[in-house]
Design a protein around this ligand. Structure first.
Ligand code: SF4
Ligand code: SF4
Length: 430
């Protein structure tokens, strides 16, 4: 029997946040239905998924109350759109970092009244959430920190600033020593912007603590992803994607503890040979653009077609946690330098050249025991779309079955994707 699950509502809270309460009131019901269909219909889920289910139930209520309580204590609440924004600094300031990338079709038409239609759905969705007052997380932030990773984002921030204070961090597009120097200056500007909110300076001790907290969170996710690679896997790709999405709005320390609790359970499941799907289930790795909550489209199609997703090379995936920060820094400059070194290892396709990413995909592919790679690109994301050419070539060289998919958040291409994915699964099964 399916468990009792309801995404909670609180119209008084939403009114206080100046939301479009009438329109938003339908959203918890829609999310409840989608969640039941995509997640709760799975059999033999780990018991420790209960916590992550409750994080979704409370996404528009309990978690918002926690964020507003932090704000009332003078702690900064900062929205981000990219894994290049160093959340260790927000943590050092006692603040709350919320990943705001939009993963829903709901607000794309709102955005298209202002923005061109021919840009990435993630940018349109996020912008749409703000201009239509349809996201309580967005309504709760003090300011947002955008970046210059891609053209769609950097030009949208100029418009977003009309609705919410929007700072922009310049991300270099190469990885030379001079690029690193530029980026350290940007990190220092970011630190100064956070310090302005708290009215005091972040010292070395606080930053070290921030680094330790985020390192621990990333290590917990590394442990979880390692267990998930066990063959046969003890957890589904849908649940893994969900956890990696929740990483962007949960309290880091609590999230780390709950991920380890889940890992403990998965270790036992591996020992007891209790996989989430039969050992013969085809294993697929996904690479490419991030899948922000509630973008569960591809994983849902793949797993309902009879395969299992065993790795995400993505910013909502390994790119977020594969690297940690060296902890031997002593002075503030030293710590910031080591922090920057870690962030420069993120291999987003906005960098050129970016061959490290191709190597990283192959490394993760081997570690995950996958039998085929699906490269996922959000529509109009030119950098990932073009980088897929090199990825395809590398897969051909290595004899890895490869398929590239370009999609958006609308349900219109679901049938077509399903047909292609089913054919791909047949191909990898031989
Ligand atoms: S894909 Fe690139 S731009 Fe997007 S969140 Fe990741 S690092 Fe940032
Ligand atoms: S997916 Fe691509 S186009 Fe969309 S926001 Fe990220 S980098 Fe920009």
């Amino acid at each position: 029997m399916e468990k009792n699950f309801t995404v909670k509502s609180d119209t008084n809270l939403w009114q206080r946040l100046d939301m479009d309460v009438e329109r938003f009131s339908a959203v918890p019901g829609i999310l409840t239905g989608a969640y039941q269909d995509i997640f709760l219909s799975q059999s033999n889920r780990p018991a420790a998924m209960d916590y992550f289910d409750s994080m979704v139930e409370n996404i528009y209520t309990g978690r918002i109350d926690e964020i507003l309580a932090a704000k009332a204590e003078g702690r900064p609440v900062i929205g981000t759109f990219c894994v290049y924004v160093p959340e260790e600094i927000i943590q050092a300031a006692g603040g709350v970092c919320i990943g705001l990338c939009g993963g829903s079709q709901l607000t794309v038409p709102d955005a298209e009244k202002i923005l061109p239609r021919t840009i990435c759905p993630m940018v349109k969705s996020a912008f749409g959430f703000k201009i239509s007052n349809m996201c309580p997380l967005f309504q709760a932030v003090d300011f947002v920190y955008g970046e210059t990773t891609c053209d769609a984002k950097k030009k949208t921030w100029e418009l977003l600033d009309r609705y919410v204070p929007t700072h922009v961090m310049e991300i270099p597009q190469r990885k030379l020593e001079r690029d690193k120097r530029l980026w350290i200056e940007e990190v220092k500007d970011f630190k100064a912007a956070v310090e302005k909110v708290i009215g005091s300076t972040i010292d070395e001790g606080a930053l070290k603590q921030g680094v330790a907290t985020l390192n621990a969170k990333r290590e917990a996710l590394q442990r979880l992803n390692g267990l998930r690679h066990h063959n046969p896997s003890p957890i589904s790709g849908r649940d893994m994607l969900l956890i990696q999405q929740i990483a962007f709005y949960d309290v880091p320390e609590r999230f780390t503890e709950k991920v380890h609790a889940l890992c403990d359970e998965l270790e036992i499941r591996c020992q007891n040979n209790n996989p989430v799907a039969p050992p013969s289930t085809p294993r697929i790795m996904v690479s490419g653009t991030p899948m922000a909550m509630p973008n569960w489209k591809l994983h849902n199609i793949i797993e309902k077609s009879g395969a299992l997703v065993v790795n995400e090379e993505s910013c909502i995936g390994t790119r977020y946690y594969k690297d940690t920060i060296a902890t031997d820094g002593t002075s503030m400059d030293d710590i910031l330098e080591k922090l920057t070194e870690r962030y420069m290892k993120i291999d987003c396709s906005c960098f050129t050249p970016n061959d490290d990413r191709i190597d990283q995909v192959l490394t993760e592919y081997r570690a995950s025991g996958a039998q085929g790679l699906i490269d996922y690109c959000l529509q109009f994301c030119h950098t990932y779309n073009i980088e897929a050419v090199k990825l395809r070539e590398a897969c051909e060289r290595e004899g890895i079955p490869f398929m590239a998919i370009e999609s958006d958040y609308s349900p219109e291409d679901v049938g077509q994707l399903q047909t292609r994915i089913e054919a791909f699964i047949e191909q990898i099964q031989g």
